[in-house]
Design a protein around this ligand. Sequence first.
Ligand code: ADE
Length: 250
Amino acid sequence: MRIDILTLFPDMFRGPFSTGILQRATQNKLVCINIHNIRDYTHDKHHTADDYPYGGGAGMVLKPEPIFETVETIKKEGAEALPIILLTPQGRLFSQAVAQELSRYSQLILICGHYEGVDERVRQHLVTDEISIGDYVLSGGELAAMVVADAVVRLLPGVLGSAASPLDDSHTSGLLEYPQYTRPAEFRGWSVPEVLLSGNHAQIAKWRHEQAILRTLKRRPELLDKASLSSGERRLVDNLSTHPAAKESP
Ligand code: ADE
């Protein structure tokens, strides 16, 4: 996959993209991330990328010309039909399902909005999608672009050590993830649940699935409406909902 990110603050991406899983994915050529400084596509001597809003009002608005030019330059080098995504609090809400959807493309363009916003013509005539990472306002789209890139790249084949691991993630099945433990089996008097030490894989899988349901019911009950559960699992949810004594581990 190739990800092109348009920003006024390229330095912000140095840390997150040169450590951990994103760095490894880049080194292993599973993803190529290009950061483009929007200012490099301006033509005046002050490299003006923003201007006052028509009609007045506080703040500055990102100008359309350098954003169009950056995207057009990228498109000449890359795929024909590719998502051009503006990161904005006005976009559709990002989720694991959206990350999975985006991970199927061979190229993405992410545009980081800034200041009071972006000239509306960028929205109307250039971008194909708008994404928000949550109902709060960041000072720019950069952190949102990092969140989207991270969530998408870890889904690409070969990026995580084991092919099975993204399937177990919270949200992939519509449920939150079950509790995890590692050694020691007893720490400060708190023991690891017996079943995990039993070696009985069927029992362990059953326990984990129940814990995932319990945890979801307790913390994010609204997710259960959309989760794909068997009729037995639905009964379990109904039972647990009517018997709140049911306990999440630990
Ligand atoms: N830019 C500012 N706030 C944002 C948000 N919540 N999501 C995406 N981009 C943003």
